[in-house]
Design a protein around this ligand. Structure first.
Ligand code: IDP
Ligand code: MG
Length: 150
């Protein structure tokens, strides 16, 4: 079982797409483990995007992610990291596959609606622990799980 950190970014929240994102991930069969609606403190934004420090889009990225509240969530399932990335789509909405969130709702990389952990080793675990305390992660099972997972 894997976990992925998902953020509905400020543009997704402002555009009323929180429910759409949750709905798509639920329909995929993934299980919600944690969620909180919050303003992103600048130091959290900087830690979250530390890998992009020094890039030309970095200042705008920090401003973007702190410009309105985000919906931060953890989703769980077998191969969850890549499954979520597939549902989210590639970084540039122009390259995102039809049917993905960034394709269906996005225009440009700088307003691509959603964040999802990538598949670099340790990435998802690092992000989940950056955004959520261990006690905020809910352990539960669904009756439906046996019809979704072997
Ligand atoms: P990802 O979100 O698909 O993992 P990353 O390359 O990790 O993409 O970049 C993090 C975020 O930084 C992107 O989701 C996007 O919001 C922003 N970003 C990346 N590249 C650009 C760019 O060239 N211009 C503006 N924003 C960018
Ligand atoms: Mg990334």
């Amino acid at each position: 079982m894997e976990r992925s950190l998902v953020l509905v970014k400020p543009d997704g929240v402002q555009r009323g797409l929180v429910g759409e994102v949750i709905s798509r991930l639920e329909r995929r069969g993934l299980r919600l483990v944690a969620a909180k609606f919050m303003w992103v403190p600048k130091d959290l934004a900087e830690k979250h995007y530390a890998e992009h420090l020094g890039k030309n889009f970095y200042p705008g990225l920090i401003e973007y992610i702190t410009s309105a509240p985000v919906m931060a969530m953890v989703w769980e399932g077998p191969r969850a990291v890549l499954l979520v990335r597939q549902t989210v789509g590639k970084t540039d909405p122009l390259e995102a596959a039809p049917g993905s969130i960034r394709h269906d709702f996005g225009l440009v990389k700088g307003r691509n609606l959603i964040h999802a952990s990538d598949d670099q080793p340790g990435s998802a675990e690092r992000e989940v622990s950056l955004w959520f305390k261990p006690e905020e992660l809910v352990t539960w099972s669904r009756e439906l799980d046996r019809w979704l997972m072997e």
